[in-house]
Write a protein that binds this ligand. Structure first.
Ligand code: TRP
Length: 474
């Protein structure tokens, strides 16, 4: 990945995951990341509690262990259960004209979280970040990244966010007031701490070194007290009428891809240091990366020459997407049909199957596909066709929603001076499953549904002879 930043992780390490680089020769070891980042896995017990508190079925991506890691999610559930409103914060670095399918995962999931907690959501579009990190190598002006913020916001809004509960902002145009006050407080972090957390060095620009404070600041509710705490209490300055919120903070949950976690480790450290001022540690929830069409060891990328024809952009023509999938999706099938029937497909490496885990929500259908493909009854051409159908339908719906958006619709999301809907309504209690059902959720989820390879031919004949011997005895 092209980047101007210097980072401490050396590319010879077998696995590098940080905000600037995701690289691994083999499939990413997510359990190792949980350990290294000091996060906690999403367990069956947590998912049961999630359903109990939100009174909604958990999202398939929770059930299937795609959102697999978290920190202090329990605090959010406790707070919400006690009747308090919580808010959500996520973001996007607008570095490309169009967003690809991998970019959409955190936003599609955030839409579910907004419904589950009936929560206000703030979305930071970090045009300033992308200028600092990519401006020179991409030869783009600051204004260009700002333009991309609005461009990308259409793809984000098309996920279905509630306009009365969502504020989207260009960071470049918005920092100021209490958001900036928090940023300045976070900048009490030393250069050595920044180096330690992100691997940045004195060769990085001041903009790059300062960026982490800007990404952390929206994780504290007083950064948006006009939106989240409209009724105060406030201290008002008698000269310029500027306001500072002095009340209890609202809990914040940040959904994101796991590579963004370093920022929120810093955000949590800061909250601990400034606890006496009312700051609360943000809770986090992390997704794995959607694999690139080319194979299981990379996240989908929008940079590099190969990216243009192997990446599924949300703006792509559906026919092109189908062609791209049929041509480029890495197959876990065997080289010849004869071998495939004999050995079956490999579910762990098959890209079509990985995508179906994301985009085919029906477990019964997925189970059937897993069994047919693993046993060699379904060919890799057939599973790719299924993937193309499912993915094209997701993209088609998305395009339909985006095409419907008017400029006024988009404008509303960026408008701050309005009343946001802070109340959350109660759903009727949900009947929970038995514990044995939850036992197979989250980190325990079996992505293969117990599918077995076909029985080797010799075994078959052994069974046949045994059967023959057995019946001869009768
Ligand atoms: N740094 C993220 C990126 O490069 C964008 C971002 C800004 C973000 N604020 C965030 C991501 C909060 C997750 C949560 O894409």
């Amino acid at each position: 990945m092209a980047t101007e930043s210097k980072h401490a992780d050396s590319p010879v390490e077998e696995q590098v995951v940080n905000p600037w680089m995701v690289q691994s020769k083999t499939a990413i070891d997510y359990m190792k990341l949980i350990e290294r980042f000091g996060c906690d896995p999403i367990t069956p017990a947590l998912l049961k509690r999630f359903e109990k508190v939100t009174r909604m079925r958990v999202h398939p991506w929770l059930r299937r262990g795609i959102f697999f890691s978290q920190k202090d999610l329990e605090n959010i559930l406790n707070e919400y259960e006690a009747g308090h409103t919580v808010y959500l914060y996520t973001g996007r670095g607008p570095s490309s004209e169009a967003m690809h399918l991998g970019h959409m995962i955190p936003f599609m999931f955030t839409k579910y979280l907004q419904d589950a907690f009936d929560a206000v959501l703030v979305i930071q579009l970090s045009d300033d970040e992308k200028y600092s990190f990519k401006g020179r190598s991409e030869g783009k002006r600051l204004e260009e990244y700002n333009r991309l913020s609005y461009e990308n916001s259409r793809d984000i809004i098309a996920c279905g966010f509630n306009p009365d509960k969502t504020f989207i902002f260009s960071n470049l145009k918005t920092v100021g007031g209490e958001l900036y006050e928090n940023t300045v407080k976070i900048m009490t972090t030393t250069g050595n701490q920044i180096k330690g957390i992100y691997g940045l060095t004195l060769d990085n620009t001041v903009g790059q070194l300062a960026w982490p404070a800007f990404q952390c600041a929206p994780a504290y509710s007083n950064s948006f007290s006009d939106i989240l705490h409209p009724d105060g209490p406030y201290e008002v300055n008698k000269y310029d009428a500027s306001k500072v919120y002095t009340g209890r903070h609202m809990f914040c949950l940040v959904p994101m891809a796991i590579d963004q976690d370093p920022y929120f480790r810093m955000a949590r450290d800061f909250a601990a240091r400034f606890k006496k001022d009312g700051f609360i540690k943000p809770a986090t929830i992390h997704t794995k990366f959607l694999v690139a069409l080319g194979g299981i060891n990379a996240k989908m990328s929008s940079t590099g020459a190969a990216a243009t024809d192997t990446t599924i952009y949300m703006t792509n023509d559906l026919k092109k997407i189908r062609k791209t999938i049929m041509k480029h999706a890495f197959s876990g099938g065997q080289d010849t049909l004869e071998l495939h029937r004999k050995l079956g497909g490999d579910l762990d490496t098959d890209v079509a199957y990985q995508y179906l885990m994301y985009f085919e929500p029906d477990d019964d259908r997925l189970r059937e596909i897993a069994h047919k493909y693993r046993s060699g009854k379904m060919t890799s051409g057939e599973i790719k066709e299924i993937m193309a159908d499912v993915v094209c339908e997701v993209v088609r719906k998305h395009q339909e929603a985006r095409d419907k958006l008017t400029d006024e619709d988009v404008c509303k999301f960026f408008t701050r001076d309005r009343k946001f809907d802070l109340k959350h309504s109660d759903r009727p209690p949900l009947e929970l499953h038995t514990d044995s059902v939850y036992e197979g959720y989250g980190i325990n989820f079996d992505p293969t549904f117990g599918a077995e390879p076909p029985m080797p031919a010799e075994e078959d004949s052994k069974v046949d002879t045994k059967l023959a011997e057995a019946s001869a005895l009768l």
